[in-house]
Design a protein around this ligand. Structure first.
Ligand SMILES: NC(=O)c1ccc[n+]([C@@H]2O[C@H](COP(=O)([O-])OP(=O)(O)OC[C@H]3O[C@@H](n4cnc5c(N)ncnc54)[C@H](O)[C@@H]3O)[C@@H](O)[C@H]2O)c1
Ligand SMILES: O=c1ccn([C@@H]2O[C@H](COP(=O)(O)OP(=O)(O)O[C@H]3OC[C@](O)(CO)[C@H]3O)[C@@H](O)[C@H]2O)c(=O)[nH]1
Length: 387
């Protein structure tokens, strides 16, 4: 049965240059493209661990063999980049430093990674008339307008003061010494550059603003498949604490709110953008799940319950502890208070909506985390401290 797009037109096989394909989102996108579409992927990244199951035909060739090739390269300085973009019909750029612990501690690397290093990708796409899907972040909205109202103002409950809409909401960051915002500001400027390339030079672009996508293979477990002193994003931080039977650390009491979406729901939206260029070009899309809003404290409480169910282990004596952001992240940290995506544009253009509840996505993700890491963590804990 020939695959058709949302307007009933046959979908032609594409060659996709995917930069950052070895990451969390990239690995799920490669899985989807290989298992459900005829498209070819040029997978560019410095690492391939998370996609090696798609690459190495152990003994018998995989059904998609030949449709995905890995190119180990750093886009900061690699002459192969332009040639790979020219070979493809579409470039998807996922490459970034995107873990908040780095934004205030490695601000220069963060700004270079999210703005400077993306410049040649945009240039090569524009000069060669190639379509670009660029991954930005929900963090470009920064804080809500409501965050500046008095704490007890009833207007804080008015959606006009907190719903984040691609073509209306401002970008509100903290002051310069709050270097946490180095990332969001770099992402905002690359968005503005891409938008200007579209306006002035006709670049066909789509910008994606992910709202906390979570699932298997997100980041790393410190001391197991990442540096012991590394600080990943909250899913991996809390998973690490649960695996080790430690209290989950709630930064500044865990009062910030987030909406979390299952990676598999989000990948459906990206595939619609890839295969419906007429509906996606020229648009910025929020991709999130407004029905899954929790405070970080509530996230911790749910993850503790789900992990106990999945692992069969008792909940720790002290399940959570409050820590200051200064202690946990260091100087210059600041935070987004609330992230509710407006869904009007993605509903209208692509007819897409998320499906998976927070409990269900955490159950499948923590099942993966426990199956993948529990044994290794037990060994590390059991090892006598180096004398
Ligand atoms: N996961 C989310 O919830 C989320 C939310 C908002 C924005 N995003 C954005 O989506 C994109 C992908 O995020 P992710 O969660 O998959 O992160 P990730 O860190 O798992 O993936 C990023 C990948 O890019 C690669 N990369 C970075 N710099 C590179 C370079 N110079 N050359 C080659 N490869 C390089 C890394 O090796 C990594 O594999 C990022 O742009 C991020 O800002 C993700
Ligand atoms: O052990 C922990 C770790 C984190 N927190 C708090 O959880 C909130 C979420 O933190 P995190 O997952 O690190 O990331 P953010 O949501 O703040 O930002 C990300 O969202 C999108 C993206 O662009 C890419 O993924 C990135 O910037 C936060 O409030 C932490 O303080 C905690 O309490 N305990």
């Amino acid at each position: 049965m020939a695959r058709v797009d949302l307007d009933g037109n046959p979908i032609k096989p594409l060659t996709i240059c995917m930069i950052g394909a070895g990451g969390f989102i990239g690995s799920h996108l490669c899985e989807k493209l290989m298992s459900e579409t005829p498209h070819t992927v040029l997978a560019l990244d410095v690492y391939s661990d998370k996609i090696k199951h798609l690459l190495d035909p152990a003994d018998s060739p995989l059904p998609w063999a030949g449709r995905i090739t890995f190119h180990r390269l750093n886009i900061k300085h690699d002459s192969r980049l332009e040639g790979l973009i020219k070979m493809a019909d579409l470039t998807i750029n996922l490459a970034a430093i995107c873990t908040p612990a780095d934004y205030n501690t490695r601000p220069l690397d963060t700004i270079y990674s999210n703005f400077i290093d993306a410049l040649p990708v945009v240039k090569y796409c524009s000069e060669n008339n190639k379509r670009l899907i660029h991954f930005s972040t929900c963090e470009v909205y920064g804080k809500t307008i409501g965050a500046f109202l008095p704490k007890d103002s009833p207007l804080r409950k008015d959606p006009a003061y907190y719903v984040l809409k691609e073509d209306e909401s401002p970008c509100i960051f903290g002051s310069i010494e709050k270097q946490r915002w180095s990332y969001a500001c770099a992402k905002q400027l690359i968005e503005r550059l891409i938008f200007a390339e579209g306006a002035e030079n006709g670049l066909e672009f789509t910008i994606v603003r992910p709202f906390n996508w979570i699932g298997p293979r997100m980041d790393f477990i410190p001391g197991i498949d990442g540096p012991s002193e590394g600080v990943p994003r909250v899913l991996a931080c809390f998973s690490n604490n649960l695996l080790r039977g430690e209290p989950l650390k709630l930064v500044d009491g865990g009062q910030s709110q987030r909406t979390f979406i299952y990676i598999k729901d989000a990948i459906e939206a990206v595939l619609l953008m890839i295969e419906n260029p007429a509906r996606a070009n020229g648009h910025i899309f929020n991709v999130g799940n407004p029905n899954n809003e929790v405070t970080v404290r509530q996230l911790a409480e749910i993850m503790i319950q789900v992990y106990s169910k999945v692992s069969g282990e008792q909940t720790a004596e002290t399940p959570t502890i409050d820590v200051s952001s200064k202690e946990f992240y260091g100087e210059g940290y600041d935070d987004s208070d609330k992230r509710i995506p407006d869904m009007t544009i993605i509903n209208k253009q692509l007819g897409w909506n998320p499906k998976t509840s927070l409990w269900d996505l955490l159950e499948s993700t923590l099942t993966y985390q426990h199956r993948t890491y529990a044994e290794a963590v037990k060994k590390v804990i059991a090892k006598p401290l180096a004398s």
